[in-house]
Design a protein around this ligand. Structure first.
Ligand SMILES: [Zn+2]
Ligand SMILES: [Zn+2]
Length: 266
């Protein structure tokens, strides 16, 4: 490539970067993280999945374990997947037919101050059993993204129609090249987990929090923190006081319009 063409292209790239308010320079949402006393730390994920989902959780666990700061271990669990109650000190991953809720997947994180104490991922088979979403690419993307939220990662981009960034933390209508994390995700994890804490929330006995419960109904998710480019809320926060919050990350089904959502939540 000649120099002037190269300069021209990087100028265009710079303009695209500067003009995209939905590309987050810092895609940790707040400074939320698991408290731990050493790196790399191990986050357990309770498996409440039907067997057809197991390979996707295994892939996400292996992908995220490539991070230098954390490892993911999948453990047997016995939650009712419909309610998918959290377990202190770890994540729980569930699938069920949650109904025509509008969301394909959600990740919910309980925090005390800046520390994550427990998290839940729900994959909605009402959508994954349809022709559109019943593909390995969609299953990989949504599983990888929701598990990524449990570490404190946010989306890198929330415009579904721009070019894929090559990470599962990017909203898209085309999952093909967005099925796994990219280097920026691993870099962000190193930033989020650069410090060490004097205590840990990665334990069922030390991760204390209020007995906060929340359902998969958007009306219970609290205030909208952010809307994506197509007008749908991507992150909600329910504040229980005393620094106790539940955050809900949402992956909406494409056909679920903002209009329908506002009517449903009115
Ligand atoms: Zn900390
Ligand atoms: Zn998400």
């Amino acid at each position: 490539m000649n120099i002037s063409l190269k300069t021209g292209l990087s100028a265009i790239a710079a303009i695209i970067l500067l003009s995209s308010p939905f590309a987050f320079a810092d895609h940790a949402w707040g400074t939320y993280h698991w408290a731990r006393t050493a790196n790399p730390f191990t986050l357990k994920m309770g498996d409440n999945l039907t067997s057809n989902w197991d390979p996707y959780l295994a892939t996400a666990a292996a992908d995220w374990s490539l991070s230098s700061v954390l490892d993911v271990t999948v453990v047997a669990s016995g939650k009712n997947p419909k309610t998918c109650r959290p377990t202190a000190g770890r994540g729980e991953v569930c699938n069920a037919r949650y109904g025509s809720t509008g969301w394909v997947g959600i990740a919910q994180i309980w925090v005390t101050g800046t520390h994550i104490t427990q998290g839940v991922v729900k994959m909605n088979d009402t959508y994954f059993n349809t022709k559109k979403y019943n593909t390995p690419a969609w299953r990989n993307l949504v599983m990888c993204q929701e598990v990524g939220h449990l570490f404190g990662l946010d989306h890198q981009d929330e415009n579904t129609t721009n070019a894929n960034l090559g990470t599962c933390m990017d909203y898209t209508n085309d999952p093909s090249t967005n099925q796994h994390p990219n280097q920026h995700d691993y870099d962000m994890l190193e930033t989020i987990y650069a410090h060490l804490d004097s205590s840990t929330t990665l334990s069922q006995t030390t991760a204390k929090g209020k007995n906060m419960t929340i359902s998969d109904d958007p009306r219970e998710w609290g205030r909208e923190i952010r809307r994506s480019r197509d007008g749908r809320a991507s992150l909600y926060e329910r504040d229980f006081g005393d620094g106790q919050k539940i955050l809900t990350h949402v992956f909406w089904a494409e056909e679920f319009s903002a209009d329908r959502l506002s009517r449903a939540t009115r």
